[in-house]
Design a protein. Structure first.
Lengths: 297, 413
């Protein structure tokens, strides 16, 4: 098979833009995951399900006749409280335990969320219509759905706002302090319990935004949360914790890589290719770490 | 003394064995009721179609019971179904099938929803020699395993879109066409793909794009960009409801112009409702449509079934419900022809089924698939903002003319 993509340069542009736009959206979800992973040392398996729940909030608005794009405002507010409540109910009991317990707990939450969403919203695949139209460039040979551009723009907007908030605000500083050293922060008067709850809430809010964007760009279904969890997990693994530019870059990079893998290896290998890359990166990291360790000896 | 004990034991065990064999060949009939069993997805990812299936079964049970029930040996019996929720999980479905057979003593089964779950249950029913009439497992592999107790009222998956390719060739003046196709990597969609490969071979058509979509995939942009660049005559997509919804969303967003678009699961995805005008001209494979002219004495015509179902359940019946109702008509017919509750006699009667139901003609091939009923194709057509599915093929039942080629996006309002 000769590669179509090298024969048609416009396909290259199309693939790159598709990959980058979607990558930015995934980076937003991954940033939430990195944040709470860094602060609370919890890997949230329910991340994708929070995203889908956020999507359903936007979808419900759409059904009620409100434009689903308003979901990016309403959904994070509701999801913040969902996250907060989740922390108070479950997460606070596992936050100091080892990683395995927290993975189990959040896995349980994921199942409960899936069934609840299935119960409330039904098992049908649904979409919300934004009617944003399409931007066509290069004489119609490259098409960009405006909904994807919108979602990338909103993702960037919220990510920047969050970074500023973390730098400037009192709570933001408290969160960063807790991330660096929870015990020391506690001694210096930071209410770490509140910080944890807020962090989990912020993460859920980010998921809510991403979900609302997914409702107008992709599809919603109670059981499609896991791929989003896996994707954000990969992005965080590649980027490391608490480093927004790296998360954004790795999100876009993975998006790009996936698109190109689709053209070159075939659609059936696109997810496989990403996992291969992940294995490669993990091995490479280990290799680099083991080199570093030699200095310590 | 010892001899006497031995004799006694032999005597007792002989009685038990006889009893066991009688009960196993004549149960499970309790009083006036013939008890059927079904594991069905009431929760989990197939729950909406699982409920459609259950509603279809229940509707037929009520109707048959009201209209005199099943006459066996001069006596009239009623149907009753034991349901268990399989949580959309194949392992659970197989366990529940075992439970229905071994604990509840069910001797006749109705199928679950989806090919995957039917595949999980079939080995169990086969092992215990339990006749199963199923209405929602279309995967070709179900009918190539040599199962003897499995009967499907629906057309196998490979037939879903074969007709579409013939139609494309016909519209192309009998000349071969260039096909682009994208199929999810699951048993059902891959069977649909095999059907297309057969049709392509038969018509000498060329497949220029053959993408296999991963199950987790919710983005088809790459496939569609390829379609845009290669300009095929027909685009075929099958990936359950998610695939259908994603395809229409992205085809409209990326302004992909193809003369013909053929898909599966359009009605399950409520395509014309969810995507409205964007889904116009999509061609969809369906097992059944209310406008078909089949008839039976229980439900009357398809249109009457549609009306009665709406009255009972408050929504229009998808084909999943219609075919499920048909499964019970098949069982009734088989019991009456066998005139017995002996499983093997019922099975033999099922094997020689040849009947018409409101859902279509039913006759089972050697693998258990229904060979008497063709698939139909409908096309989404819109008037103003309301879109409807119109039957366009086969010509015998076509209510509307097949619109071809699809107008370019730049010409669509």
């Amino acid at each position: 098979m000769d590669f179509l993509i090298f024969k048609a340069p416009m396909l290259m542009v199309q693939a790159s833009l598709d990959g980058i736009l979607l990558g930015i959206l995934f980076a937003l979800i991954a940033y939430g995951m990195a944040l709470q992973w860094g602060v609370m040392n919890i890997i949230n398996i329910a991340q994708g399900d929070l995203v889908i729940l956020g999507g359903y909030i936007a979808y419900t608005m759409y059904l009620a006749g409100i434009h689903p794009a308003w979901g990016v405002v309403v959904s994070p507010i509701i999801m913040f409280f969902v996250g907060w409540a989740l922390y108070k109910l479950v997460i606070n009991k596992v936050v100091d335990r080892d990683l395995f317990i927290s993975i189990l707990a959040t896995f349980g939450i994921a199942i409960v969320f899936q069934q609840l969403m299935n119960f409330i919203f039904g098992a049908d695949v649904v979409v919300a219509q934004s009617e944003y139209g399409t931007t066509m460039i290069f004489d119609n040979s490259v098409t960009l759905p405006n909904s994807k551009i919108f979602s990338a723009f909103i993702s960037v907007l919220y990510a920047v706002a969050l970074v500023v908030y973390m730098k400037k605000s009192r709570l933001g500083r408290a969160i960063r302090a807790t991330a660096q050293n929870a015990r020391a922060a506690k001694i210096l008067g930071v209410d770490t319990e509140k910080v944890y709850a807020a962090t989990f809430g912020i993460n859920a809010a980010l998921c809510g935004i991403a979900g609302a964007l997914i409702s107008i760009t992709l599809t919603l279904h109670p059981y499609v949360g896991l791929p989003y969890t896996v994707r954000s997990f990969m992005i965080v693994i590649v980027a490391g914790l608490g480093n927004l530019p790296a998360v954004a870059l790795s999100g876009m990079g993975l998006g790009l890589f996936e698109e190109f893998a689709d053209y070159i290896l075939g659609t059936e290998f696109r997810i496989g290719a990403v996992f291969m890359l992940l294995v490669f990166i993990l091995v490479y990291r280990r290799f680099k770490l083991s080199k570093k360790r030699e200095y310590l000896k | 003394m010892n001899k006497l004990v031995k004799l006694f034991t032999i005597f007792i065990s002989a009685i038990t064995l006889t009893l066991a064999s009688i009960s196993s060949s004549f149960a499970k009939v309790e009083g006036d009721y013939i008890v059927l069993g079904s594991a069905i997805s009431l929760t989990g990812k197939y729950s909406s179609n699982g409920v459609h299936t259950q509603n279809g079964y229940n509707m037929a049970v009520d109707r048959i019971n009201k209209m005199g029930g099943v006459k066996v040996g001069g006596k009239s019996y009623k149907f009753e179904i034991i349901y268990y929720d399989d949580e959309s999980n194949p392992k659970r479905a197989a366990q529940l099938a075992e439970r229905l057979i071994k604990q509840d003593g069910v001797h006749y089964m109705l199928g679950p929803y989806s090919s995957g779950l039917t595949k999980a249950i079939a080995p169990v029913t086969e092992k215990y020699k339990i006749p199963m009439v199923e209405a929602n497992g279309a995967s070709r592999s179900l009918f190539t395993k040599g199962y003897k107790y499995l009967f499907a009222v629906l057309s196998p998956a490979n037939q879903y879109l074969e007709v579409a390719i013939d139609l494309a060739v016909e519209k192309n003046g009998g000349k071969p066409v260039r096909i682009a196709q994208a199929f999810e990597q699951d048993a059902f969609s891959q069977d649909v793909r095999l059907g297309i490969l057969d049709a392509a071979k038969r018509t000498g058509s060329e497949i220029i794009i053959d993408d296999k979509l991963p199950k987790e995939l919710n983005d088809m942009a790459a496939t569609l960009a390829k379609v845009k660049a290669t300009k095929p005559d027909v685009l075929v997509v099958s990936g359950h409801t998610k695939g259908a919804l994603t395809a229409i969303r992205q085809i409209s967003e990326m302004k992909v112009d193809v003369p013909m678009l053929a898909m599966t699961h359009c009605d399950a995805a409520k395509l014309s409702k969810q995507h409205g005008k964007k889904s116009e001209y999509a061609l969809c494979a369906s097992q059944w449509h209310k406008n078909l002219s089949y008839k039976d004495k229980f439900f009357g015509s398809g249109k009457k079934y549609d009306k009665d179902f709406k009255k009972e359940f408050g929504y229009a019946p998808p084909y999943q419900s219609a075919e499920s109702s048909a499964a019970l008509l098949v069982f009734k017919d088989a019991f009456e022809r066998a005139n017995s509750f002996d499983r093997d006699k019922v099975r033999d009667a099922l094997k020689t089924t040849e009947m018409q139901t409101f859902y279509g003609n039913i006759k089972f091939g050697p693998g258990g698939q229904n060979v008497a009923k063709p698939m139909i194709l409908f096309q989404v057509r819109c008037k103003g903002d309301t879109c409807e599915n119109k039957v366009v093929a086969p010509t015998k039942w076509a209510s509307d003319k097949f619109y071809h080629p699809i107008p370019k996006w730049s010409e669509r309002s």
